[in-house]
Every structure is written in structure tokens, then in C-alpha cells.
Ligand binder design. Sequence first.
Ligand code: NI
Length: 137
Amino acid sequence: MRISAYRKAHFNAAHRLHLPDLTDAENHDLFGACSNPLFHGHNYDLTVKVTGEVDPRTGFLIDLKILKDYIRDHVEKVFDHKNINLEVEEFTDNKLNPTAENICYVIWQRLRKVLDQKYELTVRLYETPRNFVEYPA
Ligand code: NI
């Protein structure tokens, strides 16, 4: 039997959207309030979806304690109460603009590295209650 399990998580973090080759005014035209040079915060919500075959002996798809620990160690500890531009390796030195799209993809990459390859993985990231992205599409 194929099924999906979900785990929700949450972190608060600061970011600034900007492209270093643009002026502050041009960045504001492109990214609006999210380009504030002094940063601002979001309450990010996360839904992690794991899909695969139920183990017929245990009746489990995945021990949700394991998924919870992966999210704590590889997402919450990395992002919670951090300045994403300055403190999260994938984004430092303007390597990557911390849009919801890029943050979602980085979270997916981090979880994909530790999650057993037998599972499919989907990450949905809410930047606000009404704005969210999902990878893979
Ligand atoms: Ni923002």
C-alpha cells in the first residue's frame, strides 16, 4: 500500500531579498518591502510530505519520530531565529537570494540528503498563511 505521511514544522527567521548588482531603489522596485536593507522577519511554516510503501509488518510508512528529528536537526536548527542572508550557508555572500522558492529548495536538499532514498519527498513552505511554495512542483 502506497501512502503519504506529513509532518508540520515552524521557524522564525529574518531575510532581505536583493540582488547585489542593483541599487537599493532598484531592489525596492523589484522586491518591495522584502528588500529592506535592515532585514525583516517572517513566521515560516513548513509541511514535509514523505511518500512510499507501508511496511506490511509494522504498518508504518516511516517512524514520524525520525522525520521529526530530521526536521529539527537539518531545518529548525539551521533556520530558526537566524538571519538567513548572513547565517545560513547556502545564502551567505549573496550566493542565493532567500526567496520562499529558494528557501524551500534548500530545505528539500537538506532533507533529501538524510532521508532514505526509498521515500519520495515534497516540501511546502509558507512565508505567510496565504503565500506558499512547494518543491518539487
Ligand atoms: Ni520577506
